[in-house]
Design a protein around this ligand. Structure first.
Ligand code: NDP
Ligand code: 3PG
Length: 466
C-alpha cells in the first residue's frame, strides 16, 4: 500500500478500479499548503534555470533509467488504479522512459537565433540580435486519469529540460501512479523543491492553482469542460490544452476494408475507448457499409473482455458515472432507431464492446464523446457529406481517412478541421516526438516533445550595437 507522506492534515484513499482493493492514499492539500509548495518551486527554479543544459539532460536520463527499472511495479499500480490491462500499463512506463530520453536529447538541440540588423530595409549591419530561449518560471502541469504516468511526464520532462520548475497536479484516480513516477525523479540529483506534486480534488484546489500569481504557464490534458474553464481563469499566462475528441474514421468505397476494420477496432476499443484519440465514430460510404460493418463486428466479437490483470482489451471503466454515461448513449441510440450489431451488455462498470449501425444525426452518440467502448457507424451517401459531417463536430482532434486513392485522401485531409489526419491507419498520438494538437474544442497550442519545450520557453533578445 502506498502512502504519500507530507505534513498535511487530510488524506484520501484510492481503491482499485476492479476489486475495490485499497491501494493507498494521497494528501488533500489545503490552499496554504499549495501556496507553500508553489513558493518553494519558485525559489528552486532560479537555481535550476542556471543548471547547465547537459546536466539537466543527465538528470532526465537518470530518471528514465529509474522508471524503466521500475516498469513492473509502476505498471502494476497503473493497472490497478486506472483499470488498464497489465501489458499496456507496463508499456506506458517504457514509453514514458523513452519520451523522457528523447526530451533530454531534444532539449540539448534547442538553440536560439542570431539576426542581422541589415537584413531589414534601412537596418544597420552594426546591429545584431541574439535570440535566446528562456524558461518561463513555474509550470503547472495538470494530467488526466487515463495515462497517469505518460501524460504527466510528457509535461514535466519538457518543462524541466527548458529550465522551469514544475507544480504537478495528477488526476485523483491516478495520483498514486503519478507519485511513483515522481519518486523515481526525486531519486536523481534533482533538487527536491524543483518538482512539487500537489494532490487533492481538482474541483477544490484547481482554481487556486490556476490563478496563483507565481504560476507562469499551464499545461493541461483532460476534459473540454475543465480545459475551457482553466483557459478563462488563467491570467495572461500561456496555456496549452489537450482536450476531448470525437475522431472519425472516414471510409471511402475504394478502401481496403480489412485494413480499415482492423485499425478501427483497435483504435476504438483499446483501453475500453478511454483515450482522447480513440476512433469515436465511423463515417462510411453507403456502398461499402454492409461489408465494413460485418468485418468490424467480427473483430469486435473477438476482443477479450474482462479484468486488467487478465490482460483483457476491454476492461471496466474508471467509475460508475463513466459507465452510466456510456450506457445512456447506447440506450438513447437504440431508442431512436439505431441497430445494435453487437454488445450492449453490462456488468457493473464493465461495458461490453458495443457496435451500433445506422446511427443518425439526431442521436447523442453521433456527437458526444463516450470515453468508453461504444462505436457508432454513420452511413453516408455523398462523399462531400463525409467531410461535412466530420467537420460538424465541436471537436477537432484527429481523423482517419481510409482510401486507395492518394489524391482523394489528400483532398479530404485538407478539408478536415482537425489537428492531425491519419491516412489508412487509426488515430493516435504517438510517436511522441510528432506534434500533437487539437482544433476547435479539442485543444489550444501544441504538444509533442519539441513543441512542448518551445511552449515552455519565451524569446529573450540581446541586441549588440557595435
Ligand atoms: N486531447 C488529449 O490529449 C486528451 C484528452 N483527454 C480528455 O480528458 C477527459 C478524461 O479525463 P479526466 O481525467 O476525466 O478529465 P478531467 O477534466 O475530469 O480531469 C483532468 C484533470 O483536471 C483536474 N481538474 C478537475 N477540475 C479542475 C479544475 N476546476 N481546475 C483545475 N484542474 C481540475 C482533475 O483533477 P481530479 O482528478 O482531482 O478531478 C484532473 O487532474 C476526456 O474528455 C478525454 O477526451 C484525456 C486524455 C488525453
Ligand atoms: O490521453 C490520451 O488519450 C492520449 O493522449 C492518447 O494517446 P495514444 O493515442 O498514444 O493512446
Amino acid at each position: 500500500m502506498l502512502t504519500i507522506s507530507v505534513t498535511v492534515t487530510k488524506e484520501k484513499e484510492v481503491y482499485s478500479v476492479t476489486g475495490n482493493e485499497e491501494l493507498g492514499s494521497f494528501p488533500l492539500y489545503s490552499q496554504e499548503e499549495v501556496d507553500h509548495s508553489i513558493q518553494k518551486a519558485n525559489q528552486a527554479q532560479k537555481k535550476w534555470a542556471k543548471t547547465e543544459v547537459y546536466k539537466r539532460a543527465d538528470i532526465l536520463h537518470d530518471w528514465a533509467d529509474r522508471l524503466a527499472a521500475k516498469k513492473e511495479q509502476i505498471g502494476e499500480m497503473i493497472s490497478k488504479e486506472v483499470g488498464k490491462n497489465r501489458s499496456s500499463a507496463v508499456k506506458e512506463v517504457v514509453r514514458t522512459a523513452d519520451l523522457i530520453r528523447y526530451t533530454a536529447e531534444e532539449g540539448c538541440r534547442i538553440h536560439g537565433d542570431m539576426l542581422r540588423g541589415d537584413s531589414f530595409r534601412g537596418g544597420s549591419s552594426k546591429k545584431m540580435a541574439m535570440v535566446e530561449r528562456e524558461p518561463l518560471g513555474v509550470v503547472l502541469a495538470i494530467s488526466p486519469f487515463n495515462y497517469p504516468v505518460n501524460l504527466a511526464a510528457s509535461k514535466i520532462a519538457p518543462a524541466l529540460m527548458a529550465g522551469n520548475a514544475v507544480v504537478f497536479k495528477p488526476a485523483s484516480q491516478g495520483a498514486l501512479s503519478g507519485q511513483l513516477m515522481i519518486e523515481a525523479l526525486l531519486e536523481t540529483e534533482l533538487h527536491h523543491d524543483t518538482v512539487q506534486c500537489i494532490t487533492g480534488k481538482g474541483s477544490e484546489i484547481g482554481d487556486f492553482l490556476v490563478t496563483h500569481p507565481q504560476v507562469s504557464m499551464i499545461t493541461f490534458t483532460g476534459s473540454t469542460a475543465t480545459g475551457q474553464s482553466i483557459s478563462k481563469k488563467a491570467n495572461m499566462i500561456p496555456v496549452v490544452l489537450e482536450l476531448g475528441g470525437k475522431d472519425p474514421a472516414i471510409v471511402l468505397d475504394d478502401a481496403d476494408l480489412d485494413l480499415a476494420a482492423d485499425q478501427i477496432v483497435s483504435g476504438a476499443f483499446s483501453y475500453s475507448g478511454q483515450r482522447c484519440t480513440a476512433i469515436k465514430r465511423v463515417l462510411v460510404d453507403e456502398k461499402v457499409a454492409d461489408k465494413l460493418s460485418e468485418k468490424i463486428a467480427q473483430k469486435v466479437d473477438g476482443l477479450t473482455v474482462g479484468n486488467p490483470e487478465d490482460d483483457a482489451v476491454v476492461t471496466p471503466l474508471i467509475d460508475p458515472n463513466a459507465a452510466d454515461f456510456v450506457q445512456g448513449l447506447i440506450d438513447d441510440a437504440l431508442q431512436n432507431g439505431a441497430e445494435l450489431v453487437t454488445g450492449n451488455k453490462r456488468e457493473g462498470n464493465l461495458i461490453y464492446p458495443t457496435l451500433l449501425d445506422h446511427v443518425l444525426p439526431h442521436m447523442k452518440v453521433a456527437w458526444e464523446e463516450p470515453f468508453g467502448p461504444v462505436l457508432p457507424i454513420i452511413r453516408v451517401q455523398d462523399e462531400a457529406d463525409l467531410v461535412s459531417i466530420a467537420n460538424e463536430s465541436d471537436y477537432g482532434l484527429q481523423a482517419s481517412v481510409f482510401t486507395a486513392n492518394v489524391q482523394k485522401a489528400m483532398d479530404i485531409g485538407a478539408k478536415l478541421n482537425v489537428g492531425s489526419v491519419q491516412y489508412n491507419a487509426k488515430t493516435e498520438r504517438g510517436p511522441d516526438h510528432f506534434p500533437f494538437l487539437g482544433a476547435k474544442n479539442s485543444g489550444l497550442g501544441s504538444q509533442g516533445i519539441r513543441r512542448s519545450i518551445e511552449s515552455m520557453t519565451r524569446d529573450k533578445l540581446f541586441v549588440l550595437n557595435m
